[in-house]
Structures are given as C-alpha cells and as structure tokens.
Write a protein that binds this ligand. Structure first.
Ligand code: BEZ
Length: 248
C-alpha cells in the first residue's frame, strides 16, 4: 500500500473512529487489562480504551499514521508492525481492531498472530469491511478502470462463514458475528473524491497526477446518482463484527 496521508485522514475521515466508539463499548475494557489495538491508525480509539485504565498498545503498519498517533498521544505506547506477522513476548487480555483488517489480504497470517497474542480466555473484538462492502464503489472502479481494477483491489471483505471458520481453525471460539449495512455519510460536495484519493491509491499507481485526478472525477460522477442523496455522499459500507474468545 502507498504511504498514508495521516493529516488528511485525521482531518476528513474522522468517521472511521467515531463509528468505532460502539466497538469499544463491546470490548468493555477494564482497568489493568493488557489490550492490543490492532491497526490503530492515528490513535483515537487507543486513547479511548486507555481512558478505562487498561494498558493499551497501539499497533499499525504505517509509519505516517504512527507518527501522528505518537504526536497526538505521547503518553501511550505505539508499535510499528505488520498485522500479518506481529509477535509479542507478553500475552494480551484482548485484541481489538476497528476498520483495519480488510486491508490485510493474508488474513490467515493475521489470525495466527492474533491467536498467538491472546492469553487463554482472552477476547478478540473486531469490526471491518465485510462481504458486500462498498459494492457500488467497487463496481464503479471496474467500469472506469477496466479489467485491471480487480487485481489492484487492496481489500478483502469476507462473509461470516468464511471468517468464523478461519478463527475457529486457529483456536478462537466465535461467540458473536454479524454482517450489517452501515451507510456512512461523509462531509462535503467533494467527499467522494476525497475518499477515493485517500483510500484508492493502488488503482491509480500507473497514472500521473492529472490522469489520476481525471479518473477520480469520473468515478465520483459515476457514483453520484446512487450515493449522493439530499446533498450528502453516503458510502455503501457493510461491516463484519465479531466477538471471539481464545480457547486455551
Ligand atoms: C472500510 O472501512 O470499509 C473501507 C475503508 C477504506 C477503503 C475500503 C473500505
């Protein structure tokens, strides 16, 4: 994945962690617990978890995001590591992850790392893009960019069965799983263009800046009829939310 623009992420995409608040409620962090925030981005939910008195470690694979997280929350601990290959010496009471795991195409390796990080009885609470996520945006990418779009897709959006099986294969007992639409409003008339510029860089890697801008405009024009309603862009997000426990 290309480098993240942490400033733009924080400025225009705050819905990413604002929606994550309810996942923190599901986590129910307790004082003294050791919790890993996997894919912590710029650290807002890491801080929300830390407010409970838990000892949190935020982990992210992007140096730009972590740099911003450290600047935002200098008293919290952040670690640069890959979600598909991280290891810690000391185990965690819980692994938490919001809006990150759909970026990890080697999902099995990520689940292995998560399972290895948890103590027996430790919980895994995660939400990310599930099967059918951004269906209209993916279709527009294919229409505008042609056959290469599919191979450039940087995401994996599993269904419940697929993901629950993967967790079970690695010793995580699935206690809850749901797949639900979560239409997500974004700010501004240019909201869709901002979103595409922020997250879809891999699709434009062979184009120069002007060529990419042109494609971004074309994509937004394509999506306008279905995703721009009453003056607001609404992303067609669908989330997979899981709660699982490590069986020891
Ligand atoms: C998501 O949170 O569903 C998402 C974010 C960026 C790109 C694709 C999906």
């Amino acid at each position: 994945m290309s480098a993240w623009n942490a400033e733009q992420y924080e400025g225009r995409h705050s819905y990413v962690w604002q929606f994550g608040g309810s996942l923190v409620e599901l986590l129910q962090p307790r004082s003294g617990e050791r919790i890993l925030d996997l894919g912590c981005g710029t650290g807002q939910l890491t801080a929300e978890i830390a407010a409970s008195g838990a000892q949190v470690v935020g982990l992210d694979g992007s140096p730009e995001m972590l740099g911003q997280a450290r600047q935002n929350y200098p008293n919290l601990k952040f670690v640069l590591a890959d979600a598909a290959s991280f290891r810690f010496e000391e185990s965690f009471d819980a692994v938490f992850s919001n809006a990150a795991l759909h970026w990890v195409k080697n999902a099995e390796a990520a689940v292995q790392s998560i399972a290895a990080a948890l103590r027996p009885g430790g919980r895994f609470i995660a939400e990310f893009g599930g099967k059918g996520n951004i269906r209209l945006i993916l279709a527009a990418l294919e229409t505008v960019l042609g056959a290469t779009a599919e191979e450039r897709c940087p995401w994996w959006f599993p269904g419940i069965g697929e993901y629950a099986s993967l967790l079970e294969q690695h010793g995580l007992e699935v206690r809850q799983a749901s797949l639900f639409d979560r239409p997500t409003p974004i700010e501004g008339e240019r909201g869709m263009e901002d979103w595409i510029e922020m997250f879809c860089g891999t699709y434009f890697r062979d184009l120069d800046a002007n060529g990419a801008k042109e494609k971004v405009r074309e994509l937004a024009a394509h999506l306008r009829q279905e995703l721009f309603r009453d003056g607001v862009w609404i992303l067609d997000y669908r989330r997979l939310r899981v709660v699982a426990v490590a069986v020891g």
